[in-house]
Design a protein around this ligand. Structure first.
Ligand code: SIN
Length: 328
């Protein structure tokens, strides 16, 4: 009798355990490298809020900002290994996985964020979301940050001013070629190291958006910011194919809707921060704005535009043409 009771209890506790296991929410780790008060930081938090609100008890989104979990150079490999479910690296950080996304790094390609948006939402941009499927990565959408500016401890107005200066860049061969085209010295370094590199003067400058320059305090260790708008810093929200396609259809559908809304929220913040963070930096009195004239801008374009030709075969001329068309 004792044995029978013991077996029944064992079965019951096994059933309870199985029930709990079946009911455990799906954990979604979202890793990123920027601060929470940025377009990407806010987008990730909005995604968490919406996903957990609409799928109560079914999903749990854990957001890890500031490179707490992975840096941009390790996150995609970790995703392929199933150690993280979502991330939104800058488009400059995918070159190991697809050469086509190098398009977005070509200097002076898009005239503004509206043109970028037209391209990304058009057929070519949408196709690029699928360009890493063979590497088991799925693009779920684009998120804006903004146009990049050049910071330094000397006023940079023309390409001659930047020659010989060490600039931190993201891990992108296009960005390397862009700085080499103006005789600067590019150094590929993780975002998490930029502040210290600037503070210790191991590098002379860096390129970034107003919101990253503000939220990571680069403006506190750089005396000048040249409003060059020479390139783009946008993101692709990615997930692993195994994780995404393994989700029940209804959960995947709700998560995609939540993400689309979170991206729209992040894009509105990007637009607002490109103005407000610029103002905060300039009113801090720590960084002086350097404006460039049309003639000076023409010098930058002439020096950097040959980079397009260097990467035309890898990127594809059709993509470059489509991007240019989005400027009209
Ligand atoms: C980011 O905005 O995610 C980082 C950009 C950078 O590495 O400069």
């Amino acid at each position: 009798m004792k044995t029978l009771v013991a077996s029944v209890l064992a079965c019951a506790s096994l059933l309870t355990f199985n029930h709990q296991a079946a009911a455990a929410p799906i954990e979604i780790k979202f890793s990123h490298v920027v601060a929470e008060n940025t377009p990407k930081g806010q987008m990730a938090l909005k995604f968490k809020e919406l996903a957990e609100q609409r799928l109560p008890g079914k999903v749990e989104v854990k957001v890890y900002p500031n490179s707490q979990l992975f840096t941009d150079s390790t996150v995609l490999q970790a995703m392929q290994l199933g150690d993280v479910e979502m991330a939104a690296p800058s488009l400059s950080k995918f070159q190991k996985y697809t050469k086509q996304l190098q398009l977005f790094d070509l200097p002076f390609l898009f005239k503004d964020i509206e043109a970028v948006d037209r391209f990304q939402q058009g057929p070519h941009g949408q196709k690029l979301l699928k360009s890493m499927e063979s590497k088991l990565l799925v693009g779920l959408g684009y998120l804006h940050n903004g146009m990049k500016q050049l910071t330094a401890n000397a006023p940079i107005k023309t390409p001659a001013d930047i020659a010989g200066k060490k600039y931190r860049i993201m891990t992108s061969d296009v960005l390397q070629a862009q700085f080499e085209a103006v005789q600067a010295i590019p150094l590929k370094k993780p975002f998490s190291e930029v502040f210290t590199l600037l503070q210790t003067k191991a590098i002379d400058g860096q390129e970034n958006t107003w919101s990253n320059i503000y939220s990571k305090k680069f403006f506190e260790v750089q005396k000048y910011a040249t409003e060059s708008n020479h390139g783009l810093l946008d993101y692709m929200v990615v997930t692993s194919a195994e994780f995404w396609h393994g989700l029940p259809d209804d959960i995947r559908g709700e998560l995609k809707k939540a993400l689309d809304e979170a991206i729209a929220h992040g894009n509105a913040i990007a637009l607002e921060k490109s103005k407000s963070d610029r103002e905060k930096i300039l009113t801090s009195g720590k960084t002086e704005l350097v404006e460039i004239s049309d003639a000076e801008r023409a010098q930058w374009v002439a020096a950097m535009k040959p980079v397009w030709k260097m990467f035309e075969d890898e990127v594809g001329k059709d993509l470059i043409d489509a991007a240019l068309k989005s400027n009209q």
